[in-house]
Write a protein that binds this ligand. Sequence first.
Ligand SMILES: [Zn+2]
Length: 172
Amino acid sequence: MGLPVLPRVVLTQSPFAVVVSCADARVNVERLFGQSFNSMFIVRIAGNVLGTECLGSVDYALKHLAESLKLVVVLGHSQCGVVTAAVDSYLTPHDFGEIAFTHPLRSLVDRMQIAVRISATTLQSQFGNDVSEHPNYRAADVEASGFMNAAVTSFDLAREVENLHIAGMKVV
Ligand SMILES: [Zn+2]
């Protein structure tokens, strides 16, 4: 893996980026960006939603690894399972009762509702009130919601960086 094998030597963490990514097994963050160990501080959670623990992890990196950090990345992806569940529970809430009664699932889906609502409203304002009747509406809403979720999370993290008075840190 390229790790140095030296007795009693522990490398100092020196990532250049914090990445908030979905836990989806198809998303191989280091490979995607052509990086190896010690280059990215990766916080992974299904749906790349920004819960308290995730924000705590990002805050830790921003406060303790600021010397090497240059960038915060929120990485969404296509066909995300959590985004799909959030969109489906928004479009047809009666068919997704198990989400409402399953706390772990609900905690992920709930955090995504703002992005889902913004996407649905945007699609409606751009393509008319009957856009939801289109056969591809659900798929379009899932993709738009995944994008919007990453955008909303990026916005929140940009404010966090601002609150911590970290100059020159880019959030994308
Ligand atoms: Zn995902």
